[in-house]
Write a protein that binds this ligand. Structure first.
Ligand SMILES: *[C@@H]1O[C@H](CO)[C@@H](O)[C@H](O)[C@H]1NC(C)=O
Ligand SMILES: *[C@@H]1O[C@H](CO)[C@@H](O)[C@H](O)[C@H]1NC(C)=O
Length: 346
C-alpha cells in the first residue's frame, strides 16, 4: 500500500513536470562558447551547432536573460539567433543559423508537443521580402514561415504563418517586440499535426488540431533557428530572432508560458546569471517596448549604504527578485520590464 502511494505520488510529480522528453531550456550557467564544445566527434547534449556561416559563433548566437520571454521562468536566459550576409553554410545559396537538439531520446515517436517562443525587434528586423523557414523539420511537414513566400506575388509580406503540408493553416502580422508562443502538436503515430499558440504571457490555446500530415523525425532534425532564401542575391543586413521556452514534451501539454520548470530559471530569487557580466554592453534589452514599470523594490530599511550591492550588468529588481536592489558605484538600476531590472553603467 505504501509502495503504491509512493509510486502514485511519483507519477503525479512526473506528470506535473510535463513529461519533458528533451529540454533546450537555458540555465544561468550556459554561455555561447558551450555551443562550440559540440562536434560530430563530441556529440554532447542538448544542442548541435553546425548549420551556420563561417564567422565566429558569437556572430550568430548570443544568450542573455534579456533574450527570453519574461513570462518564462523556466529559462534563465533566451537566445538571439542571427542571420546575416555571411550565413551561407556548406556552399548553399540559403542563409542559415540553426541549432538542433542533441539527444539520445526518441523525439520522433508518439504524441509530442514541440514548444518555442519567438520575438523580433526593431533592431535588425527580419526582411519581409525574403522567405524564412523557422523551427522546421527536414521534411517540412510542419513549420513556421515568414516573409514573401516562394511563388507569391508582390515584393514583401509581413505574415508570420504556420504551414503544414506546405499550406498556410494560420497566420498573423508580425509585430516587433511581441513574444509569439507556439507548440507544435505532432502525433507521429496518428499522422496528424496541430498548433497551440499565444501572445506574450497568455497561456497557449489550441489553434488547430487533427490536420492530416506525414510527421517524421530522426530526433536530430528540428531546426531551431532561421533559414533565409535571399532570392538569389546576398543581403548583408543582419536579422535577429529571439527564442526561449524550447522543449519537447509528451501529453498533457504545458500551456503556461512559465514553462515546464516554473521558477527554476527564473526571475525569482537566484543570484544574477554569471554570464551577464561577460555579455557586456550588448546585454541591454533588445526591445524598446514601453511597459508599465513595476517599481523597483524600495529598499529603505534593508539596503542601507552598508547593504549588498549588485554588480554592473547584474539583476537589481523585477517581480519576485529577492537579491540586492542597489547597484555598484557607477551604475544605476534600470527597469527593463516588470520581471527584470538591471544595473546599467551611468
Ligand atoms: C546548465 O545547462 C547545461 C546544458 O544545458 C548543462 O550541461 C549544465 O550542467 C547546466 N548547469 C547547471 C549548473 O545546472
Ligand atoms: C496575437 O495577437 C495578434 C494581434 O492582436 C492576433 O492577430 C493573434 O491572433 C494573436 N495570437 C494568438 C495566438 O492569440
Amino acid at each position: 500500500m505504501k509502495t503504491s502511494v509512493a509510486l502514485l505520488s511519483l507519477l503525479v510529480a512526473s506528470a506535473r513536470a510535463g513529461n519533458v522528453v528533451w529540454s533546450g531550456i537555458f540555465n544561468s550557467s550556459f554561455a555561447v562558447a558551450d555551443f562550440d564544445k559540440w562536434s560530430f566527434s563530441n556529440e554532447i547534449a542538448p544542442w548541435q551547432w553546425y548549420i551556420h556561416g563561417p564567422g565566429a559563433t558569437s556572430e550568430y548566437l548570443a544568450v542573455s536573460p534579456n533574450f527570453k520571454n519574461p513570462a518564462d521562468t523556466s529559462d534563465a536566459q533566451g537566445i538571439k539567433i542571427t542571420i546575416d550576409g555571411t550565413s551561407f553554410w556548406n556552399g548553399q545559396t540559403m542563409e542559415r543559423s540553426e541549432i538542433l537538439p542533441q539527444t539520445s531520446a526518441n523525439i520522433g515517436t508518439g504524441h509530442l508537443y514541440y514548444h518555442f517562443s519567438l520575438m523580433t525587434s526593431t533592431t535588425n528586423p527580419p526582411n519581409a521580402g525574403f522567405e524564412h523557414q523557422i523551427a522546421f523539420f527536414e521534411s517540412h511537414f510542419t513549420e513556421i514561415k515568414y516573409g514573401l513566400i516562394d511563388g507569391e506575388a508582390g515584393t514583401t509580406d509581413n505574415l508570420l504563418r504556420w504551414d503544414t503540408n506546405s499550406q498556410t493553416q494560420w497566420s498573423t502580422q508580425l509585430v516587433a517586440n511581441n513574444w509569439y508562443n507556439f507548440a507544435y502538436d505532432i502525433d507521429f503515430s496518428g499522422g496528424t499535426c496541430g498548433l497551440w499558440a499565444s501572445n506574450g504571457s497568455a497561456p497557449l490555446v489550441q489553434i488547430k488540431s487533427g490536420i492530416s500530415c506525414s510527421p517524421s523525425s530522426n530526433s536530430a532534425d528540428w531546426h531551431v533557428g532561421e533559414l533565409r532564401l535571399p532570392n538569389g542575391g546576398t543581403n548583408a543586413a543582419a536579422e535577429d530572432w529571439y527564442w526561449s521556452g524550447v522543449f519537447v514534451e509528451q501529453a498533457p501539454i504545458t500551456t503556461s508560458i512559465a514553462g515546464p520548470f516554473p521558477g527554476q530559471g527564473g526571475s525569482a530569487g537566484t543570484a544574477p546569471p554569471s554570464s551577464v557580466s561577460s555579455v557586456g554592453p550588448t546585454s541591454v534589452a533588445p526591445t524598446t517596448t514601453v511597459v508599465t514599470p513595476t517599481p523597483v523594490p524600495t529598499s529603505s530599511s534593508t539596503a542601507s549604504a552598508s547593504g549588498p550591492t549588485q554588480t554592473i550588468w547584474g539583476q537589481c529588481g523585477g517581480q519576485g527578485f529577492t537579491g540586492p536592489t542597489s547597484c555598484a558605484a557607477g551604475s544605476t538600476c534600470s527597469v527593463g520590464n516588470p520581471y527584470y531590472s538591471q544595473c546599467i553603467p551611468s
